[in-house]
Ligand binder design. Structure first.
Ligand code: EPU
Length: 423
């Protein structure tokens, strides 16, 4: 198992090219199952989560070939076995995004029920209820979710996808993908508006789907009988970009980010600017600079266009060094606070109260051995370690490799001192 040995404090200065989005690439690669033939998806980051999906698609009978320049070709000519086995699904919860496409294309699907994870329970009840409203029948068998489409196929319906924590991103993806091949019109109310869903909808339309209302919480889908293979480039990864923006702020440095859509990050840009961080748009992205400790602030996570839960941990690392007290409220995954105890090991002063954390800003963080618990929590620890005094050791780096492509190779050229070692 790899560990990171990170020397701080450092100041990040230079240029970073942001990758294509993991969370757009995953459902878009699954969407290729809807179209018999070979689709090409470009800008796919080289991450362990993407490898899991490639393995899963291969098991379904749809081999994935890695081409040059981060493109992948998915051959969905035949689906031989519409089953997502436990052994693969347990490696990545997002494997659930094969549910909708397989149900629509094959009329049946069996996927191992994803369990909880470090960020919470993560149920799939809304995915299931949305697909049931299209006519599917579900039951649970040996820990697998088994679904059958009715004779004659799925049928369009009016579907409400809201839940206790707002909409659901992958739930919207599943119902949207299934509805493209359902008979008649489907209207999804309270659809997720995340840029990754917008990208998926544009990709589906390129395949011949008829989706309108893209980017809004009401998606209207006119079912078609077939979809055709596509070539599509995924959007830039807004969470990777946001992590680097916070990296510039926490190290009081200056980063130019390219392949970055500032419009997908307005809640974060707005918050950082309110703390004194300078963010200017550039031709292909933005420049982020900071020359002092940030001011304290309160932040609440929400579904898009609100402040993203996927940047909550990283932002908390920044606020740990703010001048004054801040409050962080998590409204998407109320238990997503595994980083709190680890940041406290680095001399942060954080106190968890239910779905809130009270952050009393400290003058400096002190290096420590810490444990990565999930993807974004690990990113927060990397940021904190770059600002902390001394050498931190981050264990279980495989969590960060799930969502950041060789992060040390991106950060070292701009001033970080991160060594990957075998533990
Ligand atoms: N929820 C339900 N029932 C459901 C589905 C979701 O109650 O059937 C709840 C969840 O428990 C959570 C909230 O609704 O409280 C939102 O969950 P959502 O379904 O939107 O999450 P997801 O689709 O499983 C995606 C991203 C996550 C990101 C969330 C929220 C992918 C592959 N994953 O997950 O990304 O945090 O949306 O924006 O797109 C990450 O990249 O680190 C990550 C965890």
């Amino acid at each position: 198992m790899d560990v990171f040995r990170i020397q701080g404090p450092v100041q990040l200065k230079g240029h970073i090219q942001v990758n294509g989005s993991k969370n757009a690439a995953l459902p878009i690669m699954a969407a290729c199952l809807l179209a018999p033939g070979k689709s090409t998806i470009q800008g796919v980051p080289d991450l362990s989560d993407i490898t899991v999906l490639k393995d899963l698609l291969g098991e379904l009978g749809c081999p994935v070939t890695t081409l040059q320049d981060r493109s992948v070709q998915i051959d969905a000519t035949n689906i031989t076995r519409p089953v997502g086995d436990y052994e693969i699904v347990r490696r990545m919860r997002a494997s659930i995004c094969i549910l909708g496409p397989l149900l629509a294309r094959c009329g049946k699907v069996e996927v191992s029920m994803p369990g909880g994870c470090a960020i919470g329970d993560r149920p799939i009840n809304i995915h299931v209820s949305g697909l049931e409203q299209l006519g599917a029948k579900f039951h649970l068998e040996n820990g697998n979710v088994v679904a059958d489409a009715p004779k004659g196929g799925l049928k369009g319906a009016e579907i409400f996808l809201g839940g206790p924590f707002g909409s659901t991103v992958l739930g919207t993806a599943n119902v949207l993908m299934a509805a493209t091949l359902a008979r008649g019109i489907t209207v999804i109310e309270s659809a997720a508006c995340e840029p990754e869903i917008t990208d998926l909808a544009h990709c589906l339309n390129k395949m011949g789907a008829k989706i309108s209302g893209i980017g809004s919480p009401r998606l209207t889908i006119e079912g078609v009988s077939t979809l055709t293979p596509v070539t599509h480039r995924v959007i830039p990864d807004r969470i990777e970009a946001g992590t680097f923006m916070i990296g510039a702020a926490i190290t009081r440095g200056e980063l130019a980010l390219t392949n970055c859509h500032m419009g997908d990050l307005m809640a974060v840009v707005h918050k950082l600017r309110s703390l004194g961080v300078t963010i200017e748009s550039s031709d292909e992205g933005c420049c982020v600079a900071m020359d002092r400790h940030v001011a304290a602030t309160d932040v609440t996570t929400h579904p898009f266009p609100g402040f993203p839960t996927d940047l909550q941990a990283q932002f908390m690392a920044l606020l740990a060094l703010a001048e004054g007290n801040s409050v962080v409220i998590e409204k998407v995954f109320p238990d997503r606070f595994m980083h709190v105890a680890e940041l406290n090991r680095m001399a942060a002063n954080l106190r968890k109260e239910g779905p809130c954390v009270i952050v009393a800003g400290v003058k400096k963080l002190i290096a420590a051995p810490v444990m990565a618990s999930d993807l974004r929590a690990s990113a927060a620890l990397v940021l904190a370690a770059m600002a902390a005094h001394g050498t931190s050791v981050i264990n279980r780096v495989y969590h960060i490799d799930r969502g950041y492509e060789r992060i040390e190779e991106k950060l070292n050229p701009v001033g970080a001192n991160i060594v990957r070692e075998k533990a």
